[in-house]
Design a protein around this ligand. Structure first.
Ligand SMILES: Nc1ncnc2c1ncn2[C@@H]1O[C@H](COP(=O)(O)OP(=O)(O)OP(=O)(O)O)[C@@H](O)[C@H]1O
Ligand SMILES: [Mg+2]
Length: 313
């Protein structure tokens, strides 16, 4: 049989607007600073990382017929993300995320206007299911509604890789854990789903083990500066971070997720759990070095080169 050669990511795509205050931040006042516009959304970030890793990637999402929608689709074009199975929703505003950071770079307020994602209904997915099931695997982010995630769990015949996005959205996966091949929550998302407070390696092991028993085959809990806990097939390994010069940790989780997806796409089942964790850490260390959520420095060569550090340990 001919090998299937593309990946589908079903999830959110936002226009992110950041208001970055200068040296002084005055609450409830007009601050002098910089305003930046970038394309974000976890699904889009994962898709963008995947195309940088040479994976043919179709992002299934929705956007509006507004100015932001034009920007979003143009950026996807530049980044080689295929939108053939996405839909422009007439009369709806594109998904937008607006935040303000203070003089230390910490976010002080944010508003997200993502109601357009409600248009990714089971009917919308039904129209695309043959294409989704023709992929090597399907990535779902937590921006998809609980009802649509349930529908996908019942109709997807290819492996499901899932990223919960945030603690507010993680519970959308609670009832379909047994249908997930590979899951990458962060510490807080894993806590929410398991009820286990993660404070150290031992508690992270327990949370991962419980997620395995709940039905997830492969669990990768990203633990920020503490690395990534990989668990599957009765094996549990903590892979530490690769120290690097940190500029911004934004998007590092999405990059880790994309690398885990790429490892399956590229190596199929022939790669060890530990090696997948190492590759994810190598990719994340490249991403934290840049201000952007997705690094233009990311490539297969760069990830493999950086991951060599683990060989000498
Ligand atoms: N403070 C940090 N120092 C070093 N590496 C970090 C730090 N924070 C994150 N990382 C790297 O990024 C990876 C993923 O990070 P994290 O656990 O924060 O995921 P996340 O919360 O899903 O991130 P996001 O949603 O912002 O993309 C980690 O496994 C690690 O390699
Ligand atoms: Mg994340």
């Amino acid at each position: 049989m001919e090998t299937k050669k593309y990946i589908v990511v079903i999830g959110g795509m936002n226009l992110d607007l950041a208001g970055l205050s200068g040296d002084v931040y005055r609450p409830r006042d007009s601050n002098i600073g910089e305003i930046e516009m970038t394309v974000g959304g976890v699904g889009q970030n994962i898709a963008q990382n995947l195309t940088r890793l040479n994976v043919p990637t179709y992002l299934i999402t929705v956007y509006g017929n507004d100015h932001f929608g034009n920007i979003l689709t143009q950026e996807c074009g530049k980044n080689s993300i295929y939108l053939d199975y996405s839909e422009c929703i007439i009369g709806k505003k594109s998904s937008t995320y607006l935040y303000v950071a203070d003089n230390k770079g910490d976010m002080v307020a944010a508003v997200n206007d993502m109601s357009i994602t409600e248009n990714m209904t089971p009917k919308f997915l039904q129209e695309r299911i043959d294409f989704i099931n023709g992929a090597t695997l399907c990535v779902i982010d937590g921006n998809v509604s609980a009802k649509s995630i349930r529908w996908l769990a019942d109709h997807c015949t290819v492996p499901i890789f899932a990223d919960p996005v945030s603690t507010a959205k993680a519970s959308r996966f609670q009832d379909i854990l047994e249908k997930i091949d590979t899951f990458k929550p962060n510490e807080l998302e894993a806590e929410l789903l398991t009820g286990i407070k993660i404070t150290d390696e031992e508690t992270a092991n327990r949370a991962a083990g419980l997620l395995n028993r709940m039905g997830v085959k492969n669990v990768f809990i990203s633990l920020g500066a503490k690395g990534i806990l990989c668990s599957g097939n009765g094996e549990t390994i903590l892979v530490p971070i690769i120290p690097s010069n940190i500029t911004s940790v934004n998007g590092a989780g999405d990059c880790s997720m994309a690398t885990i997806v790429w490892a399956r796409f590229f190596y199929k089942e022939s790669v060890s759990l530990r090696r997948v964790g190492e590759l994810a850490q190598a990719a994340a260390s490249l991403t934290v070095e840049v201000a952007e959520s997705v690094s233009t420095k990311l490539s297969v060569e760069a990830v493999l080169k950086r991951s060599n550090i683990f060989k000498n340990q």
